[in-house]
Design a protein around this ligand. Structure first.
Ligand code: NIG
Ligand code: FE
Length: 432
């Protein structure tokens, strides 16, 4: 060993473009396009963490490693962060997809007792083991597409017991799978059929029973080796056919008082004022934002609320309304992307496909879409200091893509660009 060289576990070198996305997040305005690309880049990894980033010659001079991976001719990025998923559910809604293709709308199907409620029925019948088994397959597809961290919502249980079972499933999945999960309590995803016409009584249940019990059970055993995790965030679906602004405020205020971070499904189908409420309450993010006004955008920008845009949902529904990313970015709102992975509106595990949609339908550039899938998404799930960029001290969550230029991430679609994934310093998806 050459004198003065530091020993590390792994070096990834010779990347045609090492896209570090280095620098603080969340990025706003023109900074949303700053990628920090190192040409012929390399990084040194020790244990779970990145210790050095630079040109290949620099890194290979400073460090010697037990293992070397050449990314010659390829693009290296941080692992993607999927900032909005409904990963844990049972069954499918292929029948509803066919009905929508035939002309029925999402809201028609929901009012007829389908939609979220049909997945709630299937999820209530499923055991913890079934939920874990079905969700693991989706996590496998996510990591194959480069996702290394994901937010996961409850919300297909809608009784205290069933919401807790989903939280237990999230905890077991987090322990069992390489992808790190950030749990969100979404007890207010829909008014369940047993509370039809009694939405306020259901909100009482969420505030007075579900939320306290979900928090009280944290730390207890989900299965013999796994503790039930405390949710990091609380979310509410504020929209026509779901919860109104007053109900949303009640739930989010209770969650805030309990110390949870806040998220809200805002303006997906109609603008009820949820994005401005998110700003008022200091929410971490407001998600969807398809019908958000200029005033809402200004309020979000002032409060630093991240806009989590979900172009897969508009696409999945066959809608032609998409979030206005250009106006949001011009207003100074930091933008993140997510899949919204769920069986009703967007069953898609791929962040690169979200980037492809974001560039075509919501006006983002390939660079902005990549920032929105890495550092800004990390901030949207509360992990901006740990993941989302390739910098010394951050977790070694790294993706090697079989492409010569980062713009290909959004330029090509329908095929998977990922050829290797390193999660917390371990090679978990290996080069094809
Ligand atoms: O984000 N809007 C609410 N939740 C999901 C849809 C869930 C479902 O249809 O099952 C969404 O689009
Ligand atoms: Fe959603």
């Amino acid at each position: 060993m050459v004198k003065g060289m530091e020993s590390v576990d792994l070096i990834v070198h010779s990347a045609k473009q090492m896209v570090t996305v280095a620098g603080k997040g969340p990025r706003v305005g023109a900074e949303m396009a700053t990628l920090g690309i190192v040409v012929d880049g390399a990084l040194a990894i020790s244990g779970e963490r990145i210790v050095g980033v630079g040109s290949s010659s620099e890194i290979l001079r400073r460090y010697r490693a037990d293992e070397y991976i050449s990314a010659a001719g390829r693009v290296v990025t941080p692992g993607f962060v999927d900032a909005h998923t409904h990963l844990v559910f049972a069954g499918d809604r292929a029948n509803e997809f066919e009905m929508r293709v035939g002309g029925a709308t999402y809201l028609d199907i929901m009012r007829a007792g389908g939609g979220i409620m049909s997945t709630v029925r299937a999820t209530r019948e499923a055991s913890l083991e079934t939920l874990v088994e079905q969700s693991l397959e989706r996590l496998d597809r996510m990591i194959l597409h480069g996702t290394t961290t994901a937010e996961v919502k409850t919300g297909y249980g809608l009784t205290t017991e069933d919401e807790i079972r989903i939280l237990a499933a999230i905890s077991v999945l987090d322990a069992a799978h390489a992808i790190d999960l950030v749990p969100t309590f979404l007890g207010a995803h829909a008014v369940p059929e047993e509370y039809a016409d009694r939405a306020d009584a259901y909100v009482d249940l969420v505030v007075n029973e579900m939320l306290p019990q979900v928090l009280a059970i944290a730390g207890e055993e989900a299965d013999p080796d796994v503790e039930i995790r405390r949710p990091v965030f609380c979310d509410v679906f504020c929209d026509e056919g779901a919860f109104d602004l007053t109900q949303t405020r009640r739930i989010l205020e209770a969650a805030k008082a309990a110390g949870l971070g806040l998220k809200v499904h805002a303006d997906e189908f109609a603008n009820l004022g949820a994005a401005s409420l998110a700003a008022e309450l200091g929410a971490t993010s407001a998600d969807h934002l398809v019908h958000t006004s200029a005033q809402d955008m200004a309020a979000m920008a002032r409060a630093g609320v991240i806009g989590v845009l979900l172009p897969g949902t508009s696409f999945g529904l066959g809608h032609h309304d998409f979030a206005a990313a250009r106006a949001l970015i011009a207003a100074g709102v930091p933008i993140s992307l997510g899949t919204d992975l769920n069986p009703g509106t967007c069953w898609c595990e791929s962040m690169p496909f979200m980037m492809a949609l974001a560039c075509r339908y919501i006006g983002m550039t390939p660079a902005e879409a990549l920032v929105a899938s890495t550092i800004n998404a990390a901030c949207a799930v509360g992990l901006g200091d740990t993941v989302g960029s390739l910098e010394p001290g951050k977790l070694a969550d790294v993706v090697i893509h079989e492409i010569p230029d980062y713009r290909y991430l959004a330029y090509r679609f329908g095929t998977n660009p990922v050829c290797a994934v390193i999660k917390r310093g371990e090679l978990v998806v290996s080069a094809r």
